[in-house]
Write a protein that binds this ligand. Structure first.
Ligand SMILES: Nc1ncnc2c1ncn2[C@@H]1O[C@H](COP(=O)(O)OP(=O)(O)OP(=O)(O)O)[C@@H](O)[C@H]1O
Length: 199
């Protein structure tokens, strides 16, 4: 469960909310507060007031994978395989474990042919998939994706949904405007001017 209590941060105002595990489609118009919400859930930003917890823990105590709307802005390594490996390398994992985990996630996402490419040479959609691989490689308890489908064609987006569904990530927040993703999600959270809209 992801729980929110008395959250206020910029436009965002969430007195109380509990999100069950599964894939949650986070929807709302431009400027509704989706990115603000996602960043707080991931522990990237702290709310001005209130608390968020993931299965009872502060997000900063949890393994969280975050895919930003513009993943290339956050890439730090030149070569794809090093970029995907980065969370494991920073966590001090062994070279063997890193090698195997990077290969496994690349196979799942169908991007093994990109592993030796320079990140800057990738297309927008390929960069998004590398961002997803980097977020998934450390087996997060929460995967947050900010409009990944805005860079993906409908088929790749649908395939990504299936891959995420089959991953064992317990909590997924997927910000999207795509109707097909919303239909396949376990639940939808709609934000209207920073507040949760009741269905
Ligand atoms: N650091 C900031 N300082 C001031 N205003 C901000 C800041 N970050 C976001 N905002 C404002 O808060 C509102 C919500 O922004 P946010 O990026 O969370 O919306 P969004 O739903 O993700 O929008 P979009 O779909 O356009 O990406 C917007 O009006 C935005 O201008």
């Amino acid at each position: 469960m992801i729980s929110f209590e008395e959250i206020r941060s910029g436009i965002l105002e969430i007195p109380e909310l509990s999100l069950a595990p599964g894939i949650t489609a986070v929807v709302g118009d431009n400027g509704a507060g989706k990115t603000t919400f996602l960043r707080i859930c991931a522990g990237l930003s702290l709310p001005k007031t209130g608390t968020v917890s993931i299965d009872g823990k502060n997000p900063r105590e949890c393994e969280v994978g975050y895919v930003s709307e513009f993943p290339d802005r956050h890439m730090i390594f030149s070569v794809v395989r090093d970029e995907i490996a980065s969370p494991l390398r920073f966590a001090g994992k062994s070279s063997d474990e890193i090698f195997e985990s990077v290969l496994a996630v690349a196979e799942i996402l169908n991007i093994t042919h990109l592993l030796n490419r320079e990140c800057k040479t990738l297309s927008g959609g390929e960069k998004m998939l590398i961002g997803v691989a980097t977020a998934l490689v450390a087996k997060p308890v929460l995967l947050v994706m900010d409009e990944p489908d805005s860079h993906l064609d409908p088929q790749t987006s649908a395939e990504l949904f299936t891959i995420i569904r089959e991953s064992d990530c317990p909590h997924v927040l997927w910000s999207t405007h795509a109707k097909k993703i919303i239909q396949r999600a376990d639940q939808t959270l709609e934000l209207v001017q920073g507040r949760v809209s009741e269905p």
